[in-house]
Design a protein around this ligand. Structure first.
Ligand SMILES: NC(=O)c1ccc[n+]([C@@H]2O[C@H](COP(=O)([O-])OP(=O)(O)OC[C@H]3O[C@@H](n4cnc5c(N)ncnc54)[C@H](OP(=O)(O)O)[C@@H]3O)[C@@H](O)[C@H]2O)c1
Length: 284
């Protein structure tokens, strides 16, 4: 099977290339080789004729999107429409990734796929638009991921919040961490495995929440990094309201991965994922 990957040097893109490369022919494009906002999207897809397109390209600067809404809409919205239409033209399956940020973050239990989105920032709106546009492909999967980590171990230069926290803890520096933002952290290798499993199983097309199981605040995650490393972390607790952030963040945004599990694709607990990533970071 030929798999075209965009945004291939990002965190998730690196994991997708690694995962699919083990069994499939992968045609991977970094942003400089294939700008998904360019006019040549359809032509490029036609020349590769993939069976699957996995779109890992995105504009992910949540605060920057408040000042650069047009760029966010171009990359996260309209480029997705070009890709999904190109996928339909060559009869390829289309995989696209979205985010927990499409939700308001005022729930009391993990969000399921049937909860109506209520985006609170330009970034979130641009990602929601991309979700809608992805459905132009004949066979499409939109996988909502959240608080991604793990690309560094696969050669990606893109660092995550988990890296920022782990770097500080391993260096004996103070890490500032939210005590009131609750998430379902997602290891890129587990998201990549789940993506491949959905395709391999021929799972029904549609929207899936694709996160590691369980949830935690960033403070709890930092404590778990310390516990696993055998280090007492120096943590400065803070709340979302304390930070001068341009864009609104959902405060409580864990996602339920029950639909993914019902499709036969179980996700490991985030603590297990974190342990595997920390071992990989240290070359273990
Ligand atoms: N990171 C998270 O915590 C998080 C949370 C929720 C959802 N997501 C979603 O998960 C997916 C993967 O995210 P990620 O963390 O792997 O992202 P990432 O590390 O920021 O990588 C994004 C990739 O997209 C590329 N890119 C940007 N604009 C492009 C364009 N116009 N054409 C082609 N490529 C372009 C970037 O290229 P450069 O290397 O040149 O910058 C980069 O390689 C995205 O859909 C993202 O919105 C991520």
């Amino acid at each position: 099977m030929k798999v075209l990957v965009t945004g291939a040097t990002g965190q998730l893109g690196s994991a997708i290339v690694h995962e699919f490369g083990a069994a499939h022919e992968v045609v991977a494009f970094a942003s400089e080789d294939f700008d998904i906002t360019s006019r040549e999207v359809a032509e490029r897809v036609r020349s590769v004729r993939p069976a699957v397109i996995v779109n890992c390209a995105a504009y992910n600067d949540v605060d920057g999107a408040e000042d650069h809404a047009v760029t966010a809409l171009a990359v996260n919205g309209f480029a997705v429409l070009s890709l999904s239409r190109a996928a339909a033209e060559v009869d390829a399956a289309f995989v696209h990734y979205s985010t927990d940020f499409v939700f308001a973050g005022d729930a009391r239990q993990p969000y399921t796929e049937d909860v109506a989105p209520r985006p609170g920032s330009f970034y979130a709106m641009s990602k929601l638009l991309g979700e809608w546009f992805a459905a132009e492909a004949r066979r499409w999967y939109v996988l909502r991921v959240e608080s991604l980590f793990g690309g560094l171990a696969l050669g990606s230069q893109h660092r995550s919040s988990v890296d920022r926290i782990a770097d500080a803890i391993f260096d004996g520096r103070e890490a500032t961490v939210f005590t009131d933002r609750t998430v379902s952290p997602t290891f890129v290798m587990d998201a990549a495995r789940a993506t491949r499993a959905l395709l391999d199983r021929g799972a029904p097309a549609g929207l899936y929440h694709c996160v590691n199981s369980g949830s935690c605040t960033w403070h709890e995650l930092a404590r778990e990094v310390g516990r696993q490393a055998g280090v007492e972390p120096i943590l400065r607790p803070c709340s979302v309201a304390d930070m001068p952030l341009r864009a609104a963040r959902p405060v409580y945004s864990p996602l339920s991965n029950a639909k993914l599990a019902a499709a036969g694709v179980g996700m490991p607990a985030w603590q297990d994922a974190l342990a595997r990533y920390l071992a990989a970071r240290q070359g273990g």
